[in-house]
Design a protein around this ligand. Sequence first.
Ligand code: ADP
Ligand code: MG
Length: 244
Amino acid sequence: MAFLSIQGLTVSYGGKADVLRDVSLDVERGEVIGLIGPSGSGKSTILRTLVGLLKPRAGTVTVDGAKVDYGSRGSLRAARDRFAIVFQQYNLFQNMTALRNVAIAPTLVKKRNRAEVEREARDLLARVGLAEKVDAYPDELSGGQQQRVAIARALALKPDILLLDEVTAALDPELVGEVLDTIRALQRDGMTMLIVSHEMAFIREVASRVAFLDQGSVVETGPPAEMFDRPQSPRLKEFTSRIL
Ligand code: ADP
Ligand code: MG
């Protein structure tokens, strides 16, 4: 069985019509999956569901052979142990330094030793290229730097799988590159990731496979070169003709 196996995932918001329909996806350890598709096709909904922000109506998610239980509030901890998500809006705590932003969840939520967590947080900030900024407050950092702190904060929870939802979309163009560099480095280190992005050149470069969503369903999956250069389904053909 694949490292991450999503089978028949079906999700609706508050009992309305399903916005994800029978989504299945297998992801091997260390793979980077690019999730692409039109606005409203369900990309964010997949990531939100995996991390436990939405309860699936049907389907199963298995990580490393263990089924993730989305059934009850208490069991969501299991999802949070498996997945961490980074959003377009980084939402750092403004009254905390970069170091505290990264260390806060492991110390408060996981009740881990503060000195040890802060040591790890320093390492993580160095890993995203911010060793010099551990004591900076968010308003002293650029958008790209804040987003890299947000990535370090997600990694501090030691997820098996990192979920990135348009993490460069809110950044000024000149700040996008530094965040993409950080993601490239994570890929090289073997981090398993699901990435939603409109940076198609980047997806093409880092993704081992791409999944194309339309109207809540996975319509086509394949290696990026195949998907972008030789789309099979009419809907992917139409999508790539508009974006590339
Ligand atoms: P994408 O990320 O691909 O743009 P989303 O996953 O955000 O798409 O949205 C998928 C569908 O779910 C859309 O039809 C959207 O309108 C709907 N949707 C998203 N968020 C909510 C919400 N909080 N309540 C109701 N419907 C939502
Ligand atoms: Mg979205």
